[in-house]
Design a protein around this ligand. Sequence first.
Ligand code: GUN
Ligand code: ZN
Length: 438
Amino acid sequence: MATTLLLGQTLSFDDNPFTAGLGAVRHHSTGAILLRDGMIVEVGDASDLRARHVDCTVVDHGDALLIAGFVDSHVHYPQTGIIASWGKRLIDWLETYTFPEEMRFGDADHAQLIAGMYFDFSLANGITSAASFCTIHPESVDAYFTAAQARGMRMIGGKVMMDRNAPEGLRDTAQTGYDQSKALLEKWHGVDRLGYAITPRFAPTSTPAQLQAAGALWAESPTCAMQTHLSEQREEIQWMKELYPDHPDYLSVYEQYGLTGAGAIMGHSIYLTEREITALAATGSGVAHCPTSNTFIGSGLCDVRGLMQRGIPIGLATDVGGGSSFSMLRTMAAAYEVGQLRGDSLHAAELLWLATQGAADTLRIGDKVGNLVAGREADITVLDLSSTPVIAQRAARADDIWGALFPTIMLGDDRAVRQVYVAGRPMMPAKGHQMLPD
Ligand code: GUN
Ligand code: ZN
């Protein structure tokens, strides 16, 4: 059986550093990862593994850092083309930029083109798994899963359900939203490494009847994920209150229709009441932290540590195209900056957890990906910790792995991603960032 030994520095987690501290992180400065059939078989010290496994292909990444592939817990692949659109806040940003672009995804050729770009950009940034919103069009879901399947990736996605407060041509109905979502989940959920997410966009764009249908579908297919948005902007919360006047708070709308629980991924979750935090924790619902989006569209500062301390699963997310970067390094830097504005300095280990195992747990794929440990799928990102002169000169002063990694978190981008393995398969050619879909 063909085995491969990857050499480099390695970082993995024995436990969550938010709760267990830095002792929960395992670092090998001369490490090795043994891969077989797309799985991680062993992680340890290079000299030990080399001595015991003489008969395998060796790929030496020098002093680069091998980490689990990044997991993006909330993204909109159809918004790839409108990333970095100027000057709006959530509701007028949706109307001005997002809805016109999403309207185009009824065209299967457009959906396929953008899906291909999305996967190339994500892989170039070391992202090996994500949960993405598609659009209301089934074609957008087929394009997404087809592209993910061609690349062998563990990806989650789903058709947006939206039956009000969206333009003509971008609305389904409670019944068609249910029927199309059901057909798509029967087609894609559990196929290869793909998983379906029931995807009501957010309370303001669904009638109660549609949320009810979404909840019914999730009850019928409980191994699916469920993704939506929660308490992102103050104007949005005000709008939700006008549409759902009988509810005490935003989360109670989702609770009423069976849209909370393990596998629920609540994007943003910035302005939560104590009752909502308690309910998220009690139901096992997860949160996607979207720091570049929350600053770019001017939403606010999510209390990541506070939610983590309450036992709520929480992961990092790009939220492209409200989010302003495909880079999980840039997204970690934004999470650090948001923490600073809250008076809370997130450690590099905590940022890395949020971008890997924390996000994987939020998506309920944390037993398969998110960490470099035996038995996980071999999704691995290789980081060059000296990818630019500025980073290199700063990292050269480092006393330990955290000092060496933090400059890449704060200053790095896709140039720092030297290689990315999907189920043990290298996705980048030796030089440059041209992707290899099959
Ligand atoms: N709320 C509802 N839809 C969206 C979206 O597409 N992006 C963001 N950031 N928030 C939303
Ligand atoms: Zn979003």
